[in-house]
Design a protein. Structure first.
Length: 465
């Protein structure tokens, strides 16, 4: 990996997590927490949220509404952002004049007494409300331990805990618990996960909740391997991002009906790179327990997750658990470009050696130098205006020639006003033939142009094995 190992950060994180890395037998029916169901079926006439009426009153008192009526507060461009933005000035995504956004953290378990003792203290410190669901088939002290930390313990009938087989009428654990959630936002943490350093920082977490453009966040997970001080930095484990933090608005949430399927939300998403969940499945569960989980998933005729859970015989690399990715370019004022695709784009981290025909995760830095906003899609409303992609060039006789131009795209990680910067995680597929290549990131406006048509974008040398 093209980055420093940062062993010092690893030692600090290892100390913080040292009590989490012990062996633990696999739990009955272990599935890593809740899998959601379609919340749109909830009966809104019964007031799904206990805070519903209060929330409406707060909204009516929100000074933004008066400002909007007077025309003083406008988003313009259908909510995407005004095109007349002063270049070099950071646009504020934060809710102006509003109250602090509150957070409900949700986790669910079956026979998870030992897991709850490990994860709940840290969750309690950052949650405004902590809700724990306990499968009513549990035979240990899960409910009692949950009660020591949680604001609310919800008993989940066993048939609703994790039996997601694609049945559209199924109601899952999180849907049953949803009426008890009082926070403006929901953070789902599985019972074999803990919060990384950034998500453990309550002030930083609040800054995420105050982004008025975002309805949901994609959060990466770090898959820890025994003895518990390193995580896998190779695909598919590295690059495993999930929708875990989202607004508590049932009408915009489409909960998954199958195991290992993402929750879908309307609105604009944001992909994080420097905030993560720590996933302890490979440390806390024996090989036999993980094999049983894979068989259980196969019985549901869904994706088994074998390539994640049965890691021992696969090729992979690791990094220290406390490793911090490189930071993106500064958002300091820069000279604007009269180019709608103008940007400063480069790789912060990438593998200098890649396995042929295999996916690899790279970390990009992107600064918007154009006169307009770059934005990701808003699900159900509009498409993103630009996308990230890459090209492969072949090195032959000290000359690079185009090898493969077109590759899959990925969305912008967040809304970027002119002058703003962000990092972005992107998955690239190595060429099928071994040799020396050059990897070039690029930005595209579909059916219009690529940034590399009008600007020089650096290429990065990669050896494909």
């Amino acid at each position: 990996m093209q980055a420093a190992d940062q062993q010092g950060g690893a030692n600090h994180e290892h100390q913080r997590q040292s009590n989490l890395a012990g062996d633990q037998p696999g739990a009955k029916g272990d599935g890593g927490g809740s899998c959601p169901a379609l919340s749109a079926r909830l009966d809104h006439s019964q007031e799904v949220h206990s805070r519903g009426a209060e929330g409406r009153r707060n909204a009516e008192r929100d000074p933004r509404h008066d400002r909007e009526r007077r025309g003083e507060f406008k988003t313009g461009d259908n909510g995407i952002g005004s095109a007349s933005i002063c270049f070099g000035r950071r646009s504020s995504n934060q809710i102006p004049g509003g109250r602090l956004q509150s957070l409900t953290i949700w986790t669910a378990t079956i026979n998870g007494e030992l897991k709850l003792r490990r994860i709940l203290p840290d969750l309690r410190r950052v949650a405004d409300q902590l809700v724990v669901g306990v499968d009513d088939a549990s035979t240990d002290e899960s409910a009692r331990v949950a009660g020591e930390f949680a604001d609310k313990v919800v008993s989940i009938p066993h048939e609703h805990y994790l039996h997601l087989d694609g049945n559209p009428n199924h109601v899952s654990a999180v849907e049953l618990a949803l009426p008890h959630f009082t926070g403006d936002w929901i953070l789902r943490v599985d019972h074999d996960e803990t919060l990384g350093p950034a998500l453990s920082d309550k002030e930083h977490l609040r800054s995420l909740l105050s982004d008025r453009y975002t309805t949901h966040y994609w959060i990466p997970r770090r898959w820890v391997v025994p003895p518990g001080d390193r995580f896998i930095s190779s695909c598919p484990w590295h690059g495993d991002t999930q929708v875990r933090l989202y607004r508590n608005l049932p009408s915009i949430i489409d909960f998954s009906k199958q195991v290992h399927r993402h929750t879908t939300l309307l609105g604009q998403g944001r992909a994080l790179t420097h905030e993560w969940l720590v996933h302890w499945d490979l440390v806390w569960h024996s090989r036999a327990a993980r094999e049983a989980k894979v068989r259980w998933c196969e019985g549901l005729s869904t994706y088994s997750g074998a390539d994640y859970y049965l890691y021992e015989e696969q090729e992979y690399e690791t990094l220290p658990l406390g490793y911090v990715p490189a930071q993106p370019l500064s958002s300091a004022m820069a000279e604007p470009l009269n180019d709608p695709l103008g940007c400063k784009l480069g790789l912060l981290e990438y593998p200098e050696k890649m396995i042929r025909s295999r996916d690899h995760t790279v970390l990009l830095s992107l600064q918007n130098l154009s006169p307009r906003v770059f934005y990701p899609p808003s699900v159900g409303l509009y498409r993103g205006n630009v996308l990230l992609s890459y090209h492969w060039y072949r090195e032959q006789d000290d000359v690079s020639t185009l090898h493969i131009w077109d590759h899959p795209r990925s969305n912008m990680p967040k809304r970027l006003a002119p002058g703003e910067s962000s990092s972005a995680s992107h998955r690239v597929r190595a060429p099928s033939e071994p040799g020396l290549y050059w990897l070039q990131p690029d930005l595209v406006e579909e059916t219009v142009a690529w940034t590399s048509f009008s600007m020089e974008i650096p290429k990065y040398r990669v050896e494909v094995l």
